[in-house]
Design a protein around this ligand. Structure first.
Ligand code: NAD
Length: 307
């Protein structure tokens, strides 16, 4: 069994970005700029945002954090998003989720300019991604595919079971794994909460690659995994652990100890998919920057006949 070391690959990507930023600075250009909006005071969100801002600093991007109170109205939040949309010095915009209940997340997502939507959640980007046209790709699914690619794991013609169909992870991952290109070209089965447990238990062992994004510790056990399968665990769950200072530790959706005995490759939690998401966000910010201001021009449908 080999660990898919997202932390290490993410660092490699960040170093690549850092070199890219240096080249931009050397040619007299400004660095890419990521704007992050944090609504309220959720501790997990604060941690995620801190990680994103520290990563910006590492690669040499400039960043802006706009903190807004949980009591902010939806219209005031949308107004702030539009200000970043209109600011030519901002290349990427993230509104950290989850948002307070009185705000509709889809309305916020749809207000971000697609070319600054580094999370890849805007329906325009989702549509382009589905059609296999160039776009800003959803960060976590892209991170998963990048990890498979950097470990030279073949996907063409393989059977991939994706568990979870959320808009941000499971569904886009299932589309990206089945699309043309490398990684991709897989036969994909998408399971979700209405997949009967006994059916999930039958389908997972048929998979060459299992990708799990549910949010339930130990959902996937060793009996559900084929010998030599590749296992990607997206789940991040807090479980009580009095031996830890924080009183909890993070685990994924896969029973790691037993599944790792059978898998050929497996992501750890933490240190697997999580760090990849951040480095892809940064890469998307650079992509937006290059398209807005410099070499690449706007996203255009590719001529390649793609499925
Ligand atoms: P979500 O909560 O939006 O959706 C969960 C999905 O799981 C749903 O599609 C649901 O149908 C499915 N599901 C629920 N119970 C199931 C069952 N018993 N069998 C099969 N499917 C079932 O999920 P999300 O936002 O995609 O997040 C999933 C997990 O991934 C969470 O733990 C989250 O913290 C984590 N996550 C990690 C990253 C990262 O960067 N590593 C990014 C996003 C989410």
């Amino acid at each position: 069994m080999e660990l898919l070391d997202g932390k290490m690959v993410s660092l490699t990507i960040k170093d690549e970005l850092r070199r890219e930023v240096q080249r931009l600075l050397d040619s007299g250009k400004r660095p890419p700029h990521l704007a992050v909006i944090l609504v309220g005071d959720d501790p997990a969100s604060r941690t995620y945002v801190k990680g994103k801002l520290q990563s910006c600093e590492y690669v040499g991007f400039s960043s802006t954090l706009k903190r807004l109170p949980a009591s902010i109205t939806e219209e005031e939040l949308l107004h702030q998003v539009r200000r970043f949309n209109d600011d030519p010095d901002v290349d990427g915009i993230i509104v950290q989720m989850p948002l307070p209940d009185h705000i509709t997340p889809q309305r916020v997502t749809q207000t971000i300019l697609p070319s600054k939507d580094v999370d890849g959640f805007h329906p325009v980007n989702v549509g382009l991604m589905t059609l296999n046209f160039p776009c800003l790709m959803p960060a976590t699914p892209s991170g998963i595919l990048e990890l498979l690619d950097r470990y030279n794991i073949p996907t063409k013609g393989k059977h991939c079971v994706v568990v979870g169909r959320s808009r941000i992870v499971g569904r886009p991952t299932s589309i990206m794994m089945s699309r043309g290109g490398q990684p991709g070209e897989a036969t994909v089965t998408l399971c979700h909460k209405f997949t009967p447990p006994e059916m999930l238990r039958q389908l997972c062992p048929l998979a060459d690659i299992v990708i799990v994004a549910v949010g339930k510790p130990n959902l996937i056990t060793a009996d559900m995994i084929k010998e030599g399968a590749v296992v990607i665990d997206v789940g991040i769950n807090r479980v009580e652990d009095p031996t830890r200072k924080a009183g909890f530790r993070l685990v994924g959706d896969v029973a790691f100890d037993e599944v790792s005995q059978k898998a050929s490759f497996i992501t750890p939690v933490p240190g697997g998919v999580g760090p990849m998401t951040v480095s892809i966000l940064l890469r998307n910010t650079l992509e937006g920057y290059l398209r807005h201001h410099h070499a690449l021009g706007d996203f255009a449908p590719s001529k390649e006949p793609n499925e």
